[in-house]
Design a protein around this ligand. Structure first.
Ligand SMILES: [Zn+2]
Ligand SMILES: [Zn+2]
Ligand SMILES: [Zn+2]
Length: 274
């Protein structure tokens, strides 16, 4: 399984859109891996997780052609993960697409409500966007991937999801943005499997949080419990992502803080294979 992190920042990006804090000033000065656009990932070059406002920036930076994208999986409806205004451009005259070019979008009830609103009165857009409501804990299949949404600990106004992705080679990833320590029903489900890759929210950087987001102390708790349960072992890779300037640590400092716990610190453009 190949995973490319297109963006690794929290809702406001890093530097934040309107922010003048020390961490944002330093990120502007240092550039490189300290610049974090809103979070999204591409799996096996064919399936995208989340559609942030920076997707346009991602297609430019990474040379992506999203006219070919067939599957888009959404974690929840917050604007840094589901930027609907750009999806509305997936139709003529904004986009010239093959007649059978359909982007399948998968998400929770909140995402379903937003999609219904824009598709109900737009018959042309309906030809190019096909929405699928996916209930939590029910596995579904795309061309070459088995996907299971699990409940995150995040905004209680909707069922926010983290996901299990299993590809045709049998490689399995747990991918979570925007979650605190998982609810027990999610732990019960995770306990049935062993993972090759675990990708975790680290919005709070070095700080403990655990209810709505996580920081490294929370990531350590997740890793320890997965190792105890047998859902992870010495060969499981752990990646942390979705960082906010409010955590304060720049990329190199995050790498130092994460090193003793064997976490890879994602950055925009980070790729890994498991
Ligand atoms: Zn987010
Ligand atoms: Zn800032
Ligand atoms: Zn969120």
């Amino acid at each position: 399984m190949k995973v490319k992190y297109l963006g690794t920042g929290a809702a406001e990006g890093w530097p934040g859109v309107f922010c003048s804090c020390r961490a944002c000033r330093e990120a502007r000065d240092r550039g490189g891996k300290n610049i974090r656009t809103r979070s999204s990932a591409l799996i096996n070059d064919s399936l995208m997780v989340d559609f942030p406002p920076d997707s346009y920036c991602h297609i430019i930076n990474y040379g992506l052609d999203l006219s070919k994208l067939k599957h888009l999986v959404i974690t929840h409806s917050h604007q840094d993960h589901f930027y609907i205004d750009d999806l509305k451009l997936r139709k003529p005259v904004f986009a010239h697409l093959e007649d059978d070019s359909v982007l399948n979008i998968y998400g929770n009830k909140a995402v379903a409500g937003i999609m219904a609103e824009i598709l109900d009165d737009n018959s042309i857009l309906k030809q190019y966007l096909n929405f699928h409501y996916i209930p939590p804990f029910e596995t579904f299949r795309t061309d070459d991937m088995m996907i299971t949404p699990l409940l995150a600990s995040h905004d209680r106004k909707e069922d926010c999801y983290i996901y299990i992705f299993e590809d045709k080679d049998g490689k399995r990833m747990l991918y979570g943005n925007d979650t605190g320590i998982f609810p027990e029903e999610t732990w019960d489900y995770i306990g049935r499997f062993r993972f090759d890759l675990v990708s975790l929210d680290c919005t709070s950087g070095p700080l403990q949080e655990g209810t709505y987001h996580m920081g490294i102390p929370d990531n350590i708790r997740i890793k320890e419990r997965m190792l105890q349960m047998g859902s992870a072992d010495k060969d499981t890779k752990f990646v942390i992502t979705h960082f906010s300037h409010n955590g304060g640590l720049l990329h190199d400092q995050l790498v130092e803080a994460a090193k003793p716990h064997d976490f890879d610190v994602a950055y925009d453009g980070f790729e890994l294979f498991v």
